[in-house]
Design a protein around this ligand. Structure first.
Ligand SMILES: Cc1ncc(COP(=O)(O)O)c(C=O)c1O
Length: 265
């Protein structure tokens, strides 16, 4: 067998041990007589898979009880819309634009309210992270948005921005689980898993419960994009990306076995 050295940003390499385990369980997952791809998302076996995955992620990141962990679909790009749709109560949000993904999120948010670019590094081809210690944060900003690691440019925040008390929302798609994190500094942490955690098709969103609105801030938000829909249903409002969640769960176990996020760092 020939395995290449795969340095792709994503979809990216997965631990061989995880792939082998999944291969062993392909035809018969733990005596169920079927693959995880074939089983109901309402079955006891899958209930155990998703609950264990969530608990292992909580352990790895030290996620406090007042944060929901959602396993979603639509890629990280879908959250570019879901974030303003759920959070833009005052219709204002501040964006720090440090790369193409932050720029896309900023452009998407403009469709739903007043998205303000409070800092940018586009003047020098996104080659640096701007000084975020004293930004002109809007008094009525519903949140401050960052892309914490800029996949294309390789820049990463060493220090989180001073949001002046506003909720911090971070896209962590390409730095997810790569170092210890203080979840309490964020209102929302989300990322597509296909770079650091599992196969494409799963987005993990960690959202402080009080930020999940009864009704999304934007009228006519599709049911599927209202975080409350998935929060109330423990990510099982509709059929979730079951196999992807199962692989993520295996990667979480592998990360724990390796020594957790300190070791990853
Ligand atoms: C930081 C970051 N955000 C968002 C995305 C978009 O992710 P998706 O393809 O899951 O929509 C990417 C993809 O490379 C990314 O690197």
């Amino acid at each position: 067998m020939h395995r290449v050295y795969n340095f792709s940003a994503g979809p990216a390499v997965l631990p061989e041990e995880v792939l082998r385990e999944a291969a062993d369980e392909m035809l018969d997952y733990q005596g169920t007589g079927m693959s995880v791809m074939e089983m109901s998302h309402r079955s006891a076996a899958f209930d155990e898979i998703i609950k264990t995955a969530e608990q292992d992620l909580r352990d790895l990141m030290g996620i406090p009880d007042n944060y929901k962990v959602l396993f979603l679909q639509g890629g990280a790009s879908q959250q570019f819309a879901a974030v303003p749709m759920n959070l833009m109560k005052n219709g204002v949000a501040d964006y720090i634009v440090t790369g193409q993904w932050a720029k896309k999120a900023y452009q998407e948010a403009q469709k739903y309210g007043k998205a303000v670019k409070v800092a940018s590094s586009e003047d020098e081809t996104f080659s640096y992270i701007p000084d975020c210690s004293d930004l002109p944060i809007d008094d009525d900003a519903d949140y401050v948005y960052i892309c914490e690691n800029n996949t294309i440019y390789g820049t990463k925040y060493k220090k989180l921005p001073n949001t002046k008390g506003k909720t911090l929302v971070a896209d962590v798609s390409s730095c997810f689980l790569s170092e210890p994190v203080d979840v309490t500094k964020y209102g929302v942490i989300y990322g597509g898993v296909q770079k650091n955690v599992g196969p494409a098709g799963v987005v993990i969103a960690i959202i402080r419960e009080d930020l999940i609105p009864e009704k999304p801030a934007v009228e006519n938000t599709p049911t599927m994009l209202a975080w409350k829909t998935q929060a109330d249903a423990d990510s099982l409002y509709n059929t979730p990306p079951c196999y992807g969640i199962y692989i993520c769960g295996k990667v979480f176990k592998w990360l724990k076995k390796m020594g957790g996020l300190e070791e990853m760092q």
